[in-house]
Design a binder for this molecule. Sequence first.
Ligand code: 5RP
Length: 228
Amino acid sequence: MDDLKRQAAARALEAVRDGMRLGLGTGSTAKHFVELLGERVRAGLDVIGVPTSEVTRADAERCGIRLTTLDAIDRLDLTVDGADEIDPALNVIKGGGGALLREKIVATASDRMIVIADESKWVDVLGRFPLPVEVVPFGLAATQRAMAKAFAESGVSGQMVVRKGKDGHVFVTDGGHWIVDAHLGRIADAARLAGLLSVIPGVVEHGLFIGVASTAVLAGAQGIRVVE
Ligand code: 5RP
């Protein structure tokens, strides 16, 4: 599986050109991309990156990739990031690694987003992977009630679980928020659910990336598949 992730990352690297401003994703697949990009940078490629998490910032620095922020530059040429699920319309669930807020800010500030993954992430309908929703801790119960209403209005339901870290404590995002993982099973109308979640005050951001990705690079046993 890890080899497939690296193959997808290597294919996405072919889209990188000298002088590009890049969004650098988070997760095990995106980490392969950062490492491969670092090899190219050390061989003379001139790019600058915006990391989508503190983990990716550390990885990119270790790989010698020059970094900047979205305050210093206005647009990015390309973001390359992983995904938890990708559907045939290239709508995506992200946030399994808890970085969805910065990931969405960076991806939507980019002219293009390439999602890299192994074939297991390809699904007909989003939702088998629990939908990560980043929330403020204040008023959590009220936010979850509003989320349940949004689920009902978009025809889904399911358990909501506040994410815990490996240490057993509540997982805290880079932005100081919590993640509620919603086990919905099948999200028939992801765009509608995305819109309903976005207007809940306690929801900072959700992991539905609707119309954000422009390309998916999927690595499987039969080779690489590029969907645009
Ligand atoms: C982090 C993410 C990741 O991109 C997603 O969870 C996929 O991770 P991996 O490449 O490790 O399977 O959205 O917030």
